[in-house]
Design a protein around this ligand. Structure first.
Ligand code: ADP
Ligand code: ASP
Ligand code: MG
Length: 409
């Protein structure tokens, strides 16, 4: 007998029929003698709808109230799924985050889990009841409802698995595992049987939304066995996230390609090339709580240089405004912005021991006439910023050039 936490994403619980489908799957696992804890997301589109309602009434919604609204999608699915389970003879009981006592900090809309009470859940499990726990939500020390950031149900499931010392945390979604790249963009994408935590962390942080990054961090930290599977297929092993490189079945230099359309670039031109300039520009940006991703400063000519950096597209306007103010102050000539860019990243632990990966990447893009605007590298990834209109082409040609395509593609 194993204890398994099963998380079902929005599409998987997107209609009453799909909820029944999930219930049947849970019942099958239960019938095999396992103890199951289920974590559903809100029905697909529901969280967006709720946030839209909030914005219709307050364009920059109050964060506390936004969480009160956004968290309700999951309250619906826990109740519905519990009913679906009961109606096929499985004992089930729903819990909101507050009822379990999923304790978080007070960072509304992006709260972090600090503690989970496992008492009620263990009692239920001992009595053969399936606890159905709302994903994405918790409660802070003052009793306020909090949410864990978009895609946060993954993190709820992994955190529950960690606290309950579950044998496995299964993330059921609308694809049958983690692929070499988003299978919706590249037809030839291949499912990976395994991927290391290190690589999955990079893929998630560089834009592959199949797992929320915090869920991967949590699973790595608390040694949770984590697997991504399809909720629409009955068999298949999905993708197992592994701890060691040598646990991997397939050794490739590049494991996957991630991309992110959510970035925007700001270039400050004609900046005086002297100490303190990076701080003068980025200090006020950081003070406004805006995260900066890539940064490039060119070497100066005639005492002047250019300075570029990227921010989340949602914060582009705010960052531009700050930079324009700073410009006047530091005597820079001009600032230009571009929010039609994207970042494409190749990830692989095998990259460490191979030279020439970057140059092969640059050559492949050059052959397609794709201009690289920015580059950043680490031991196991190379990222480039290119014009958004080349996103699909770039991912496709890189996927092919690095031998990631499925045979026959
Ligand atoms: P859920 O609602 O189940 O949480 P998500 O939409 O959050 O589902 O995540 C699944 C989606 O992630 C897939 O539909 C797919 O388009 C996308 N995706 C992006 N990169 C990858 C990848 N490398 N492998 C698999 N899916 C990916
Ligand atoms: N319902 C939340 C969202 O859409 C959480 C999740 O689906 O994981 O972001
Ligand atoms: Mg998700």
């Amino acid at each position: 007998m194993a204890l398994i936490v099963q998380k079902f994403g929005g599409t998987s619980v997107g209609s009453p029929e799909r909820i029944q489908n999930v219930a049947r799957r849970v019942a099958r696992w239960k019938a095999m003698g396992h103890q199951i804890v289920v974590v559903p997301s809100a029905m697909s589109g529901e969280t967006n709808r709720l946030i839209g309602l909030a914005k219709a009434l307050q364009p920059e919604p109050d964060a506390r109230e936004l969480d009160v609204v956004a968290s309700t999608g999951e309250q619906v699915t826990i109740g519905l799924l519990s009913m679906a389970l009961m109606s096929i003879g499985v004992k089930a009981k729903s819990y909101t985050g507050a009822q379990v006592r999923v304790m978080t900090d007070s960072a509304f809309t992006k709260a972090r889990i600090v503690h989970i009470d496992d008492e009620r859940l263990r009692k239920d499990l001992a009595q053969g009841i399936v606890p159905v726990v709302a994903g994405f939500q918790g409660i802070d020390a003052n009793g306020n409802i909090t949410t864990l950031g978009r895609g946060g149900s993954d993190t709820s499931a992994v955190a529950l698995a960690a606290v309950l010392k579950a044998d496995e945390c299964q993330i059921y979604t609308d694809v049958d595992g983690v692929y070499t790249t988003d299978p919706r963009i590249v037809e030839g994408a291949r499912r990976l049987k395994t991927i290391t935590f290190e690589e999955m962390l990079e893929m998630a942080s560089l834009g592959s939304k199949v797992l929320q990054i915090r869920s991967v961090e949590f699973a790595g930290k608390y040694k949770v066995r984590l697997r991504v599977l399809s909720s629409f297929e009955d068999d298949g092993d999905g993708t197992l996230i592994t701890f060691e490189e040598d646990e991997r079945m397939e050794q490739a230099v590049i494991s996957g390609i991630a991309f992110n359309r959510d970035e925007a670039k700001i270039t400050v031109m004609g900046v005086p090339d002297r100490p303190g300039i990076a701080y003068a520009i980025l200090g006020p940006v950081a003070d406004a709580n805006i995260d900066v991703d890539m940064i490039i400063q060119n070497s100066g000519v005639d005492g002047l240089t250019d300075f570029s950096f990227t921010v989340h597209r949602n914060e582009f306007a705010k960052a531009m405004e700050i930079v324009k103010k700073v410009n006047a102050h530091i005597g820079a000539k001009n600032a230009v912005g571009d929010n039609k860019i994207c970042k494409i990243s190749m990830v692989g632990v095998g990259m460490r021991s191979h030279v020439g990966i970057a140059s092969q990447m640059f050559r492949t893009l050059a052959e397609e006439g794709i201009n690289i605007q920015m580059i950043s590298t680490s031991e196991i990834k190379i990222s480039v910023v290119v014009d958004e209109k080349y996103l699909e082409l770039a991912v496709r040609v890189l996927h092919n050039a690095f031998g990631l395509d499925k045979p026959g593609k």
